[in-house]
Design a protein around this ligand. Structure first.
Ligand code: LLP
Length: 419
């Protein structure tokens, strides 16, 4: 459920009519709803009510906006980060460092040092090489890094290839059949306290079965690690729960996910860590855009909007579907190709889509754009960076300024030897 609804024929974010935001802030603009974020945070936490000891660490990559992170910090959430930039955002937003998990397959030497300096709660080590490097750095700094070892369980998550992370040939984690030996080697290093294992098999999962298979494999691994004398106190189960991009889609609910987790992990006696991103932020945001013009096509007309693939990359990158509707529908439909202004054919949000009839100057939204939306924006075609707004009841605030193309150009220099 979200708080983007029509009232008297006009789409509102909570109590704010979207035309007001378009007028005052301009388009394209991402609009987030605080009430929706809080609702999703609550529903996810309640789904896990049968898991006694847990940390929910929001996957910052899905929406790193400081105001969004603050909303989740207020909900008691920690953060799952994959760069020191994300770690610093989470801390700046008020998240306690000990609730921060540092994942990522390519943490640099400098990032490992900085993570230790920030006092983050857990490093998810993705390789033997990284573990040895972290151990050496921590020992030199006189610190002990709290760690888990990320396991690649070789499970097909059944999602888009580009966002699948748990198959044997994906770059993530250590192969499960080598996990015991690598764990033993890393656990004996001074500088690290290797206290558990981690897994994340992919994103936008529409089926709990692959997750359950991965967790069962982890269960067997935990037993065998304990059998080898290791103390296992933490297991990180990652994120990945999908959201409905189409209204009629049915996906497993947080309650169903939580019941499965509670069942599989009943005897584990560990603290569980969760890293949800999309399920919290996805339906808490829309991308508000204005129709530049409608152009005749050979078949369907092209509705050219002022948002483009640089603002919302998912359709171009993954062929992803985003619901597209008018802010003030006329009660008439059209079949159209929805495209942005960027100079490549990939800048297409939808072909032959049945949508509300739209004319030049009309406002429309791409729904379910709160996760992996603004965070993946670029300035391709010398377009600026899209603005972001957070709505709370009948008020809103700009929570990320539009960064003008001119400002980006200000960071560039022409060396005088080119004269
Ligand atoms: N934990 C780890 C280690 C991850 O790699 C990810 C996502 C998450 C948690 C959060 O997953 P979620 O709960 O959001 O599914 N840009 C793509 C999604 C990439 C996901 C990468 N990893 C998209 O737009 O669909």
């Amino acid at each position: 459920m979200d708080h983007f609804e029509y009232r008297e024929g006009v789409m509102h974010a909570e109590d704010v009519p979207l035309p007001r935001i378009a007028e005052e802030v301009g388009t394209p603009v991402y609009v987030y709803s605080r009430a929706t974020l809080e609702r999703h945070a609550t529903v996810f936490r309640e789904g896990l009510s049968d898991v006694p000891d847990k940390l929910i660490a929001f996957a910052v990559k899905s929406n790193p906006n400081l105001a969004v992170l603050r909303v989740l910090a207020n909900q008691g959430y920690g953060a799952d980060c994959v760069s020191i930039g994300e770690v610093r955002r989470a801390i700046a937003a008020g998240m306690a460092p000990d609730k921060i998990v540092f994942s990522g397959v390519g943490k640099t030497h400098a990032e490992l040092i900085a993570g230790l300096e920030e006092g983050i709660g857990q490093f998810n080590i993705e390789s033997e090489e990284e573990g040895l490097e972290l151990a050496e750095i921590a020992a030199k700094m006189g610190k002990t890094a709290q760690c888990t070892l990320r396991i690649n369980p070789d499970v097909d998550a059944g999602t888009h290839d580009k966002i699948s992370t748990g198959k044997a040939d994906n770059k993530f984690g250590v192969p499960i059949d080598q996990a015991g030996q690598i764990f033993g080697k890393l656990a004996s290093q001074p500088g690290v306290n290797l206290r558990g294992v981690a897994v994340h098999i992919g994103s936008q999962l529409g089926d709990l079965a692959p997750l359950e298979r991965a967790f069962e494999k982890l269960s067997a691994l935990v037993t065998s690690l304990r059998g080898a004398g290791h103390e296992i106190t933490h297991v990180d189960l990652g994120g990945g729960l999908g959201v409905p991009y189409k209204r009629e889609e049915h996906l497993p609910s947080p309650a169903e996910y939580g019941a499965m987790v509670a069942r599989v992990t009943r005897d584990w006696r560990v603290k569980l860590i969760f890293e949800p991103g999309r399920v919290i932020a996805g339906n808490a945001g829309v991308l508000l855009t204005r129709v530049v013009r409608v152009k005749r096509g050979i078949n369907d007309p092209f509705v050219i909007v002022d948002a483009a693939m640089n603002d919302l990359a998912r359709p171009a990158l993954y062929g992803a579907y985003h619901d597209f509707v008018a802010v003030e529908p006329r009660g008439v439909d059209m079949t159209a190709n929805i495209v942005g202004p960027i100079c490549e054919t990939g800048d297409t949000f939808a072909m032959g889509r049945l949508t509300d009839k739209l004319e030049t100057g009309d406002l429309a939204v791409f729904r379910t754009a709160g996760a992996y939306g603004a965070t993946m924006a670029s300035s391709y075609n010398s377009r600026g960076f899209v603005a972001e707004v957070l709505v709370d009841g009948d008020k809103y605030a700009v929570v990320a300024d539009r960064i003008a193309a001119a400002t980006i150009m200000d960071a560039e220099q022409v060396p005088d030897w080119l004269d």
